[in-house]
Design a protein around this ligand. Structure first.
Ligand SMILES: Cc1cc2nc3c(=O)[nH]c(=O)nc-3n(C[C@H](O)[C@H](O)[C@H](O)COP(=O)(O)O)c2cc1C
Length: 368
């Protein structure tokens, strides 16, 4: 067990170097590598460099690797040909090498299954002739940028997620994560601004959660009861950091319970600052992770500016690293989260987790 940072007990995170287990998922510590897009897989096929990248992060201590977002089969899952895909024999072979490399270092790994919906830009380079699709074919400003998904499209999409889920299980992954965050396809259903449907997939919060819940249920049915499903969601969107879909804990419950009932095992609450209270007018100052755990009773992954001095796509942070480590430890001790995902700090230093474990904070290569 670590001695922590010598001389400053506030920055010891020893409690986070304990094993985590949920269903079929076993992780040797509480640190996950956050999913981070790289655009380094020519033709969408993970290659030897990709396997080495994830191996190095596993060797550096991240107990759970959540891969970069990887496209499910379309229609029009995303704009970039070098984002890895999660379907087809060639990609499957590439992913198997990634899984083996990570497992050889003692870490667990899940793919993040991704469809960008209409957040695909005006001139996508992958599948350029396909029209973008989303709940209503409009972006967050109401502008028409694609077409609304028909019922047949929804069925095809369910089949795409199922195809990828089966591939994840057959390739030896330890579970999978559904990317339901940041304003991409599944989140476009959640968000009233991008979901104007008047069928059973639009309207109330619960109805807006219906298609994401159908994806979870279809995946659950395909992979069986023991293969962990992580669901990542956020209030913020890549196109609007101030966006909120739930203004109260009650509204959050409306969104999350259908997903729980459909079979989610773990929620990954994507925030940019893990220490911020989610509902400021509420007596309880829980963050989004804490609220999600309280509402669902399920394990939760927190994330947001751990080990860095600036917010993701935002400004500088005033508190010192040791102050924030202390808050992280206190949140963990209060049971507000089970795992913490670390993004940019691991990009700068793949050995970040091991250095924190060993109290070698001065050796950490900082993220700039
Ligand atoms: C280069 C980069 C790529 C990212 N790509 C993804 C992605 O593919 N999927 C996703 O859910 N989040 C993505 N994110 C967001 C991160 O997962 C994470 O939530 C964010 O960086 C905040 O964590 P941090 O403060 O520890 O960096 C990305 C972030 C960065 C910096």
């Amino acid at each position: 067990m670590s001695q922590g940072a010598v001389g400053d007990p506030s920055i010891q995170l020893d409690e986070l170097f304990t094993e985590f287990q949920a269903g079929g998922l076993r992780v040797r510590n509480r640190f996950a590598m956050a999913p981070m897009t790289r655009v380094k897989s020519p033709d969408g096929v993970p290659n030897a460099e990709n396997a080495e990248y994830y191996r190095a992060h596993a060797a550096g201590g991240a107990g759970l690797i959540i891969t970069e977002g990887t496209y499910v089969r379309g229609p029009a899952a995303g704009p970039l040909p070098k984002v890895p895909r999660f379907y087809g024999a060639q990609s499957a072979q590439g992913w198997r090498a990634v899984v083996d490399a990570v497992h050889a270092e003692g870490s667990a790994i899940v793919p993040q299954l991704w469809h960008t919906g209409v957040d695909r830009g005006e001139s996508p380079r992958f599948e350029p002739d396909a029209l973008s699709v989303s709940p209503s074919g409009v972006d967050h400003t109401g502008k028409r940028v694609g077409r609304a998904l028909t019922n047949d499209d929804l069925d095809a999409l369910l089949a795409s997620y199922v195809e990828s889920a089966i591939l994840a299980r057959e390739s030896g992954f330890d579970g999978l994560e559904l990317h339901g965050a940041h304003g991409y396809l599944l989140d476009q259903f959640f968000w009233a601004t991008t979901n104007h449907r008047d069928d059973s997939h639009g309207g109330t919060l619960r109805a807006r959660a219906a298609f994401p819940a159908r994806v979870v249920a279809a995946v659950r049915e395909a992979v069986g009861p023991d293969f962990p499903i992580i669901y990542r969601y956020s209030q913020w969107k890549g196109v609007d950091y101030t966006a909120r879909i739930a203004e109260t804990p009650g509204e959050l419950e409306e969104l999350l319970i259908p997903l729980v009932e459909a079979g989610v095992d773990i929620f990954h609450t994507s925030t940019r600052r893990h220490w911020e209270p989610e509902f400021t007018d509420h007596a309880e100052d829980l963050g989004l992770a804490g609220w999600t755990k309280k509402i669902t009773g399920l394990p939760v992954i927190t994330v947001g500016s751990v080990g860095v001095d600036s917010v993701f796509q935002g400004g500088q942070i005033d508190e010192t690293q040791s102050q924030r480590f202390r808050v992280l430890r206190e949140q963990f001790e209060r049971g507000e989260f089970d795992l913490v995902a670390v993004g940019r700090a691991l990009l700068a230093d793949p050995e970040w987790v091991n250095k924190v474990r060993d109290g070698r904070l001065a050796d950490i290569v900082p993220f700039r």
